[in-house]
Design a protein around this ligand. Structure first.
Ligand code: FMN
Length: 180
C-alpha cells in the first residue's frame, strides 16, 4: 500500500471479528517495525508484552476500564507496551537532560507504537491504542519490573464491520504556526 493509503486505512477499531486470529509471527513482525522508530540516542527503551494465553488474556482485559473491555472482547491478543525508565532523556550518570525527564521515554514509546499500528494497517491488521487501563494491576499480572513504566495496551485484530468512519481532524491552521 502507498503510505497515504496506510494512514487512511488505520483507524482505531472498537469492534473485532472473533473468528479471525493473529499469531505470534505477526506480532514479531509488528514489533520489528516498531524497532525501526527513532529514539533518544538510539536508546530503544520500548518493551512489548504480547498476551495470547486465554486465562492471562481474560485477566488482562479485566485490567481495562469497562468500555475497553467491551472494545477488546473479541481480539485474541493484547499487547502491553512499556518503556525502561530513567534512560531515554537521561545522561550516563542518570540525570535528566532537560525538563522532559521520562517524557522522552514516553515520547519514544509513542513513536514506536505509531510505527507498529501503521505497519499493522499495512498488513491489513486493525488496532486500537488503549490508555484507560490499570497499570498497577497489569504490572502485577505480567510481572513487569518497576524499572519500566507501563504505557498503552494495544488491541490487535480484524474489524468486524467495513463501515468505519474517520474521526474529524482539526483545521491545519489550528495546529500549525508558520513564520516565513
Ligand atoms: C494515547 C492514546 C490513548 C487512547 N486511549 C483509548 C482508550 O482508552 N479507549 C479507546 O477506545 N480509544 C483510545 N484511543 C484511541 C483514540 O480515541 C483515537 O485514536 C482517536 O479518537 C482518533 O481516532 P482514529 O485513531 O481512528 O484516527 C487512544 C489513543 C491514544 C493515542
Amino acid at each position: 500500500m502507498l503510505f497515504d493509503e496506510v494512514v487512511a486505512q488505520r483507524r482505531s477499531i472498537c469492534a473485532y471479528d472473533a473468528n479471525k486470529k493473529l499469531n505470534k509471527e505477526q506480532i514479531a513482525e509488528l514489533v520489528k517495525c516498531a524497532q525501526q522508530a527513532p529514539s533518544w540516542k538510539n536508546s530503544q527503551t520500548g518493551r512489548y508484552y504480547a498476551v495470547f494465553a486465554s486465562d492471562k488474556l481474560a485477566a488482562l482485559r479485566s485490567c481495562l476500564v469497562p468500555q475497553n473491555q467491551i472494545v477488546s472482547k473479541d481480539v485474541n491478543v493484547l499487547l502491553v507496551t512499556t518503556y525502561v525508565k530513567n534512560r531515554s532523556g537521561f545522561d550516563r550518570e542518570g540525570n535528566a537532560e532537560n525538563e522532559m525527564g521520562n517524557g522522552w521515554g514516553c515520547y519514544d514509546l509513542g513513536l514506536q507504537n505509531a510505527y507498529l499500528v501503521l505497519k499493522a494497517a499495512d498488513m491489513g491488521i486493525d488496532s486500537v491504542i488503549l490508555g484507560l487501563r490499570d497499570a498497577d494491576a497489569i504490572r502485577e499480572l505480567l510481572n513487569i519490573p518497576e524499572s519500566e513504566n507501563i504505557g498503552a495496551v494495544i488491541a490487535l485484530g480484524y474489524r468486524s464491520s467495513a463501515d468505519v468512519q474517520a474521526p474529524k481532524r482539526k483545521d491545519i491552521n489550528e495546529i500549525l504556526t508558520v513564520w516565513e
